[in-house]
Design a protein around this ligand. Structure first.
Ligand SMILES: Cc1cc2nc3c(=O)[nH]c(=O)nc-3n(C[C@H](O)[C@H](O)[C@H](O)COP(=O)(O)O)c2cc1C
Length: 466
């Protein structure tokens, strides 16, 4: 049933893509432009309106919902190279999802944890529903690790993208994200290594996502180098590194970036303040680029991808519940981690609504389905509430409340474990997570704490990119 739904969506999406292509190519005249060949298992970014990579907000159900509403491609949240290396890839038969998971060290020796629940899932995809649509984005500052990490997922995705735009210190301090804009030699080495050692053997495309630089001449020089690395696509976020998300995107350099990409045959995707498919198609035409990427609007209202022919985006303020009901179906379908679902509901439900407060008090899927009045929504012939109860059972939520004394005891135990492991590392000179000398530890940022509990390792790893 779900497959039928997705087939319809994908057909619509392809029709929309074709119209975007037509608009894009209608704006160019003269000889057929150069085109870097798109590998057999890869995708062309031309004529697409796509979901941006977003830590937390780009987890599996959010991507599926964007596809359902007509996104042509979806980027997964940035995942740091070292985080995915060493994971185990498994098919989850309950949800038909592919999962890359590992034992975080803090849990390896914790006797209180049920052995079955000790692994953390770093990355999840739905191979059937995301087939040919998913781009894996990595955080990296090292060509060898980038290749190693990319090989972990290359057979299961349609492309690999390198994040060269994250401005947060935890990313730039490691030389990743926007720091790569200042080390173009390294960025080019990463891209060429990925093209040669992953793109070619796996027959997928390699791409990069950058920000503009203050000086357009510097942006020009950088893009001219990047398009010669063998990449098939380049996304340009039209903000400089110091710019905050609420500052308006600057589009003054966009045509120039598009022209350089076009001359080299590399697809150019614009990003920054795009709020709907219709607007995206107009901007693609106006700036003569190949595609457009949407982030914050899609976080709040994933129906922004819906074409006008399908009715356009649902009006967020009055119609958020329609979108939230669709999101809940998908979150339950893939048994999404509760903390992540709650976080996304917080983005999608307007804060002034009573439902927002009720959602905030919820401790499990059944709670929130009741709070939002979605009990009787039909999901594959089953009521949403019944489905929610089953999923709550699988996820073991709501969790039993710990007394203050129990919480203190847990903290003490994990501190003791940490100290013991640090002593061992000092003796052996080995990093405990990776077995690599001098490897960086993935620190848990405060933002990775959800509902008073730690976020998944996936969020911890990807939070480095937020
Ligand atoms: C919650 C959130 C998480 C993000 N995570 C990533 C990421 O993992 N990788 C990345 O390249 N950009 C990330 N970004 C930046 C977006 O992909 C995008 O470049 C930026 O938000 C501008 O697009 P917009 O104006 O449509 O929001 C993130 C943005 C948000 C809001």
């Amino acid at each position: 049933m779900l497959h039928t739904l997705f087939r319809t969506v994908i057909r619509r999406s392809m029709a929309a893509s074709a119209s975007a292509s037509a608009s894009a190519s209608a704006s160019t005249s003269g000889p057929e432009p150069a085109r870097v060949p798109i590998p057999k298992n890869g995708v062309d970014y031309r004529g697409t309106v796509v979901l941006a990579p977003m830590v937390r907000s780009g987890e599996l159900p959010s991507r599926l919902l964007a596809l359902k509403y007509g996104a042509d491609l979806v980027w997964g949240p940035e995942t740091i190279d070292r985080a995915i290396i060493g994971t185990t890839r498994r098919l989850n038969p309950h949800t038909n999802t592919l999962e890359w998971s590992r034992l975080p060290t803090s849990k390896i020796k914790n006797p209180h944890l049920d052995p079955e629940n000790r692994e953390s899932v770093l990355y999840r995809i739905h191979p059937a529903l995301e087939k040919g649509k998913l781009i894996y984005q990595m955080g990296t500052a090292n060509p060898e690790l980038a290749v190693q990490a990319a090989k972990m997922v290359a057979a299961d995705v349609a492309g690999i993208d390198v994040n060269s735009g994250c401005p947060k210190p935890f990313s730039t301090a490691g030389g990743m994200g926007a720091a790569l804009l200042k080390t173009p030699d390294l960025l080019c080495r990463i891209l060429t290594s990925l093209v040669e050692e992953v793109g070619k053997p796996y027959e997928i495309g390699i791409s990069v996502k950058i920000r503009i630089l203050d000086d357009p001449d510097h942006t020009r020089a950088l893009v001219e180098r990047l398009v010669k690395t063998g990449i098939t696509g380049l996304t340009v976020h039209c903000r400089t590194t110091p710019m905050r998300p609420r500052e308006r995107a600057i589009r003054g350099q966009l045509k120039m970036v598009g022209e350089i990409c076009r001359a080299a045959g590399v697809a150019c995707v614009m990003n920054g303040d795009v709020t709907s498919r219709t607007e995206a198609l107009a901007l693609i035409k106006e700036f003569n680029v190949d595609g457009a990427m949407i982030a914050t609007e899609a976080e709040k209202n994933p129906s922004c991808f819906r074409s006008d022919a399908e009715g356009g985006p649902h009006e967020w303020k009055t119609n958020w519940k329609t979108v939230v009901a669709e999101y809940m179906k998908l979150a339950l379908l893939v048994e999404n981690r509760w903390g992540n679902t709650k976080y996304l509901l917080g983005q999608m439900i307007p804060g002034r609504e009573d439902a927002y407060k009720a959602m905030n008090r919820s401790k499990c899927y059944a709670d929130v389905v009741n709070a939002l009045g979605l009990q009787d929504v039909d999901v594959d012939g089953e009521h949403l509430l019944a489905k929610a109860r089953v999923v709550d059972g699988h996820l073991g939520i709501p969790k039993e409340e710990l007394s203050k004394a129990q919480k203190r005891q847990r903290v003490k135990e994990s501190q003791a474990l940490e100290e013991q492991e640090q002593e061992q590392e000092q003796e052996t000179g080995q990093d405990r997570d990776h077995g690599l000398p001098d490897a960086k530890r993935v620190k848990v940022p405060d933002s990775a704490v959800v509902d008073g509990s730690m976020a998944s390792t996936a969020e911890v790893a990807t939070a480095l990119a937020a």
